[in-house]
Design a protein around this ligand. Structure first.
Ligand code: FMN
Length: 203
């Protein structure tokens, strides 16, 4: 069987979700997947980006990360999203990317993608779970196969116990919970489940 192809698609303004995506990338490669790490297109005006030194630096540091495109979704067996919370919801940047997939969605080409999601918010109850659920709502419309983390590994308790997908509290002083192992577990689990589904489909 061919390797599982995983697209990790993130948005990040101050680096948290970028770091989650990088940990996931490493773990998914270790689990045997072929991985593309991809950012979604920035929608904020450059004046806003440049006015915030942290945002500006991350934008420069990640300029070589390719932008996610429909072709990446067609290529992928599995997709892992990572989004900051915006007023208890997914970022407009990730939502915009999803909305642009109407064409391939209408052709049925997103059916059976194996999907999971991660999130961050500044407050410990600031909407992390809701952000992941917002992503999963769209995934149901795509006919994707959602792989939540559940309580499938002790690392999930250490990370704060979100069974929907790994999430973290991240303010100006960095990440509050220790989530690295949970991210790695989530990525590995996603690759394993995608591999089972791929092998059943004879690909
Ligand atoms: C417009 C805006 C809305 C936000 N809404 C929330 C929110 O509802 N709850 C919360 O706890 N944090 C909120 N935040 C904080 C971000 O979620 C936090 O900075 C982010 O998770 C950090 O991720 P990043 O480092 O990958 O950008 C908001 C930030 C912005 C800019």
């Amino acid at each position: 069987m061919e390797k599982v192809k995983l697209a990790i698609i993130y948005y990040s303004m101050t680096g948290t979700n970028y770091q989650l995506a990088r940990w996931a990338e490493e773990a998914a490669r270790e689990a045997g997947a072929e991985v593309r790490i991809l950012k979604v297109k920035e929608l904020a005006p450059m004046e806003a980006v440049n006015a915030n030194p942290v945002w500006k630096k991350l934008t420069e540091d990640t300029k070589d990360v390719p932008a996610a495109a429909s072709e990446d979704l067609l290529w992928a067996d599995a997709i892992l999203f990572s989004s900051p919370t915006r007023f208890g919801n997914v970022t407009s940047q990730i939502k915009n990317f999803m909305d642009l997939q109407g064409g391939i969605w209408a052709e049925g080409k997103l059916v059976n993608k194996v999907v999971s999601a991660m999130a961050s918010a500044q407050n410990s109850h600031g909407g992390q779970e809701q952000t992941i659920l917002a992503i999963y709502t769209t995934m149901m419309h795509w006919g994707a196969i959602i792989v939540p983390t559940g309580y499938t590994d002790p690392s999930i308790y250490k990370a704060g116990g979100n069974p929907y997908g790994t999430s973290v509290t991240a303010g100006t002083d960095g990440m509050v919970e220790d989530v690295e192992d949970a991210v790695r577990h989530q990525a590995k689990r996603l690759v394993e489940i995608a591999s089972m589904i791929k092998s059943c489909s004879g690909k």
